[in-house]
Design a protein around this ligand. Structure first.
Ligand code: SF4
Length: 252
């Protein structure tokens, strides 16, 4: 009925100002356009989450660890390094220095030697020893359980803090955005920003909070196995029909 009325009165629009006319059109379009359209439509986000669940139902953190402290150290070491490489280094590292107290007193050259193959080993050695000392001095020897506290620890920015909070404490205060999550969030148009911090903020708005932890694990697995940086394996991807990325190598 509304449409029929509008069609019958085109001359009346002549007297309206262009601005008013545009406003009317916008309102009309807003009414007609389904709210759930677009890349961030809840129904599309839900479809992406469902596809990730189907592909990676058991996705967990790939860093070997037995405690929040070990996970914190392993995550610091994983910067610019594969989890596989970190997992080769940490058993001996934690055998030599099993606690923050032991790590706080370690000799820096010995620490450097133990973690040398993870790259940037001088900075990383300083970070993990600094982390140990901070945890002893300010947190009673225990890894803190809030984002605000964790990001004060040397070597631990938001990504590391979110990993520890999610994996060790089951707390979702943010979304882990590593290189895989950053790339795939943008390919799937869940985020547009050009920094990990901003992409995290975008993801926190579109992904339900109870999915923040599993979403990151699943996307990291997807990034390692299928949606790799160069030549993603789109033919094998169960998200393919939801993806309009320019990087696609195959389209159904
Ligand atoms: S279709 Fe290709 S680019 Fe898109 S998510 Fe899948 S693997 Fe990545």
């Amino acid at each position: 009925m509304t449409r029929a009325k509008t069609k019958k009165k085109p001359p009346a629009v002549k007297s309206a100002s262009p601005q008013r006319s545009a406003s009317k059109k916008t309102n009309a379009n807003t009414r007609k356009t389904p709210v759930l359209r677009g890349p961030l439509a809840p129904e599309r986000v839900a479809a992406i989450l469902k596809a990730l669940d189907e592909a990676y139902p058991e996705a967990v953190c790939a860093l070997t660890h037995r405690s929040a402290w070990e996970l914190l150290v392993a995550t610091i070491l994983s910067a610019q390094c594969t989890d596989v490489r970190v997992n080769m280094v940490t058993p001996e590292l934690f055998r030599r220095f099993p606690t923050p107290a032991a790590m706080a007193k370690a000799s820096l050259p010995e620490l450097e030697e133990l973690i040398r193959t993870t790259g940037f080993f001088r900075n990383k050695a300083k970070s993990i020893q600094g982390a140990a000392r901070k945890i002893i001095a300010e947190f009673g020897g225990d890894v803190p359980q809030t984002l605000a506290e964790l990001i004060t620890i040397p070597g631990a920015a938001r990504k590391t803090a979110n990993v520890v909070l999610g994996v060790s404490f089951g707390k979702a205060e943010g979304v882990v955005v590593d290189t895989h999550v950053f790339r795939i969030a943008r390919r799937l148009e869940l985020a547009k920003a050009d920094t990990a911090e901003k992409v995290e903020q975008e993801l926190m708005k579109v992904i339900p909070q109870d999915r923040w932890i599993s979403f990151s694990h699943q996307v990291i697995h997807h990034g390692r196995q299928v949606c790799i940086a160069r030549n993603p394996k789109c033919r094998e991807c169960n998200l393919e029909q939801l993806c309009r990325s320019k990087d696609k190598t195959w389209s159904s």
